[in-house]
Write a protein that binds this ligand. Structure first.
Ligand code: LLP
Length: 423
């Protein structure tokens, strides 16, 4: 085999004791491959942002909820959120205890809230009406409230979750009403949280929003501030998707210095002895995952050279949904072929929609039928957003353990899985 674009994964020894070729022979494609060493490194990056005793990382499970990965994340000392009964179920399966799970959700039915209460979870509500509903279900209990700090961020309008145009959070001008509902239902405000959006590469907006949340906490009546045990600043930490262009990383040293300073000074000033959380999903999970696919057809339609693969938007939705960029590696499964020759190519999937485009007009070494592709940074919002559209089976997942050996952590779906809920 002669890989013709693989310096990134080679540099990391991403596939451990295997080659993409072997993994494909054993498990088939499309195949999500995760690397334990990279996952652990990303957990440690964020755990070390602050040495404040109450600081921790609350991994946002929506990015990737495979229980094997969750167990590694727990082993690194992180806690998790859950936003649905399904995420809660997988968190429990991975061994997280109720104290290690925060229920951070929105627009829940009474049944969903009751389910979280039954598991003794602390629930964050993001509207007055949900606060009222929860209060009626859990009189005298504890609750968290999600605020909208008025500052949003994100790589696409669809993932900005604070500011003026979003469904999320309670705006700070409604604080009095929050207090009135707490009183009416005899609820203790155990925490406040926010999430400004997904993927920032500059620390300032996040720090500004953190500052707004701390100010808001400080404005709370003293007896309420006293009961606060959690202040959660949310996620959004970006990763560089343009790996082959050398895109710089988010400056975690600067972010950590500022965040640590901010929370330490504030805690000393207010005598707050509770926890400070950040809530990343993508930063933890994205870079530990490469999605392997096979090239089944290559053709020219007019001026465009199409590379036809088995990675449809049912397998990786991000490019079709947000025009997201994922870098592509090319592994030649047979010997030979000129790796120096490059040309503009558009990589597409096998779904019956013209929007099924994985990578548009990329200047890449010439891809041939029979090649395999590695889609980088696919560990977050990859499998977790996959579907069975066109009744294609969801892919398998493999973990390259610390010792370099691959193991299957989710089998590929089959026709039986499509039939499972029908009778
Ligand atoms: N906390 C809450 C309440 C969230 O809604 C999210 C993400 C996170 C934390 C984690 O955000 P992260 O650190 O991963 O940026 N599907 C999109 C991303 C949607 C994010 C939704 N909420 C994508 O593929 O880019």
């Amino acid at each position: 085999m002669s890989d013709i674009r693989s310096t990134y994964s080679d540099g990391l020894n991403f596939y451990g004791k295997h080659t993409p070729h072997e993994l494909i022979q054993t498990y088939g494609t499309p195949l999500y491959v995760y690397n334990e060493r990279v996952l652990r490194a990303r957990c440690r990056d964020l755990k070390s942002l602050s040495t404040h005793p109450g600081f921790n990382v609350n991994y946002s499970v929506k990015a990737n909820a495979n229980p094997v990965l969750l167990r590694i994340i727990r082993d690194e000392g992180l806690v998790v959120d859950a936003m649905s009964p399904g995420e809660l179920c997988l968190n429990l399966k991975a061994g997280f205890t109720p104290e290690e799970i925060l229920y951070i959700s929105n627009n829940n039915s009474r049944e969903e809230l009751q389910n979280a209460l039954k598991h003794k979870l602390l629930i964050s509500v993001d509207s007055l009406s949900q606060l009222d509903t929860l209060g009626s279900l859990a009189k005298g209990g504890r609750v968290m409230a999600r605020f909208n700090p008025g500052i949003g961020a994100g790589h696409h309008s669809k993932v900005i979750t604070a500011g003026k145009e979003t469904k999320f959070g309670i705006t700070p001008d409604k604080t009095e009403e929050v207090l009135a509902l707490l009183k009416r239902h005899n609820l203790t405000l155990a925490g406040i949280n926010q999430h400004i959006g997904s993927l920032f590469m500059q620390p300032q907006g996040y720090l500004d929003a953190a500052h707004v949340l701390l100010n808001l906490a400080e404005m709370l009546p003293e007896n309420i501030l006293k009961t606060l045990q959690i202040i959660d600043f949310g996620g959004g930490f970006g990763i560089p998707y343009h790996k082959y262009d050398g895109e710089p990383r988010l400056d975690l040293a600067e972010l950590g210095r500022n965040l640590h300073e901010m929370i330490s000074v504030w805690a000393a000033k207010t005598r707050y002895a509770g926890r400070f959380l950040i809530e990343p999903g993508r930063y933890i999970a994205a870079e530990c995952g490469i999605l392997l696919g096979s090239v089944h057809a290559v053709k020219n339609n007019g001026p465009t050279r199409y590379v036809g693969t088995d990675i449809g938007f049912n397998v990786l939705a991000r490019p079709a949904m947000y025009d997201s960029f994922h870098d592509v590696e090319i592994y030649r499964m047979e010997k030979g072929g000129n790796s120096a020759e490059t040309m503009e190519q558009t990589i597409v999937g096998n779904i019956c929609e013209s929007g099924d485009i994985l990578a548009k007009k990329r200047l890449l070494p010439t891809v041939r039928e029979g090649d395999a592709l590695g889609i980088l940074d696919a560990g977050a919002y990859g499998f977790s957003m996959s579907s069975t559209y066109n009744q294609r089976y969801r892919p398998a997942e493999v973990l390259i353990a610390d010792n370099g050996v691959a193991g299957l952590i989710r089998r590929r779906e089959t026709a039986e899985d499509l039939l499972r809920c029908l009778d």
